[in-house]
Design a protein around this ligand. Structure first.
Ligand code: NAP
Length: 283
């Protein structure tokens, strides 16, 4: 498990630990985790050869979307060369690679949900580097899965849900964009879907989004309602009011077509994940 200290990585480790032997790799490394630098082919190959796993799940990435715009080298080093290094190392020992990707590979202009067979057209450096990572995995891995997720939130990570809950404690009201659409996806659900895919599904490209669609404003409203804060004021606003370095796709909705057509789509409606998230966060 590479990127085991990240938000999704932690959930994946917990999900697999119940039934599988899990070895972890983090950038820093410690007594229990291998130290790995994805950008360094020798580091990656060394760890993979020593650990000799059957399956490598890659949740590591350079995820600071805005920072990628001014740090193109790091973005492509981690998000494109990193997966290439992992794919080559995995192929050398006949291990399966599960690589996590993103809705940012799309430009967000489609009317309706994106399926796996829609043509990517990333508009940000982050999206371009993640799409390049997918291509490297396709080119160099033997047996691989690519799982695209979106709007991730979960316990133990910096994410939109956590930010909204914190800001609602600090400010009298909030303004949240209401013209970007997608589907909030819990890391707990994404991690379960990764396990089900490698246990039951054939290799390939999969969208792994929770079901449904909302805006960031809709997500924030539902989250605060679920947290018992229905009286808290959140005003809708437009993306242009919060200019950011990296363009955001206006429509990020992903349809899990390949899951539907194969092992079945067991991702829940996004609203169902709010209370379990709040319970874990408050525990
Ligand atoms: N968060 C979202 O909303 C979202 C949406 C769509 C797709 N995704 C994708 O989902 C995956 C997981 O995202 P996340 O939100 O869980 O990310 P995260 O919390 O930012 O974790 C990423 C991890 O990658 C590690 N990392 C960065 N550079 C590395 C390197 N050179 N070598 C080894 N490890 C390195 C980081 O280590 P340090 O802590 O040491 O920096 C961090 O632990 C990523 O592929 C991301 O692109 C995320």
């Amino acid at each position: 498990m590479v990127g085991a200290a990240g938000m999704l990585g932690r959930a994946v480790v917990a999900e697999f630990e119940a039934e599988h032997e899990v070895m972890t790799a983090t950038r820093k490394g410690d007594e229990v985790a291998y130290g790995i630098d994805l950008t360094d082919a020798r580091s990656v190959r060394g760890v993979v050869l020593r650990a000799a796993p059957e399956l490598i799940v890659n949740c590591a990435a350079y995820t600071a979307v805005d920072a990628c715009e001014t740090d193109l080298e790091s973005a492509f080093a981690v998000n494109a060369i990193g997966p290439k290094n992992l794919a080559l190392a995995a192929a050398a020992i006949d291990a399966t690679l599960f690589h996590v990707s993103t809705d940012y590979v799309f430009d967000g202009t489609k009317v309706g949900a994106y399926i796996e067979y829609d043509r990517p057209n990333p508009t940000s450096i982050y999206g371009q580097s993640k799409f390049a990572g997918e291509e490297e995995v396709r080119r160099h891995a033997g047996r691989y899965y690519i799982g695209r997720v979106q709007w991730l939130y979960g316990p133990g990570g910096r994410n939109f849900a956590d930010t909204i809950l914190r800001l609602a404690d600090e400010k009298p009201s909030l303004r949240v964009v209401d013209d970007q659409f997608g589907c909030p996806t819990s890391t707990l659900d994404a991690a379960r879907q990764i396990r089900l895919l490698v246990e039951e599904g054939d290799p390939g490209l999969y969208h792994m989004s929770a079901r449904g669609r909302t805006s960031w404003h809709g997500f924030a409203r539902a989250l605060l309602d679920a947290a018992g804060r229905s009286d808290y004021r959140i005003e809708p606003c437009a993306t242009v009011e919060f200019p950011r370095p990296a363009p955001r796709p206006a429509n990020s909705e992903l349809r899990n077509l390949n899951l539907e057509l194969t092992i079945g789509d067991s991702m829940p409606p996004w609203e169902d994940a709010l209370v379990p998230y709040l319970e874990r966060r408050n525990a």
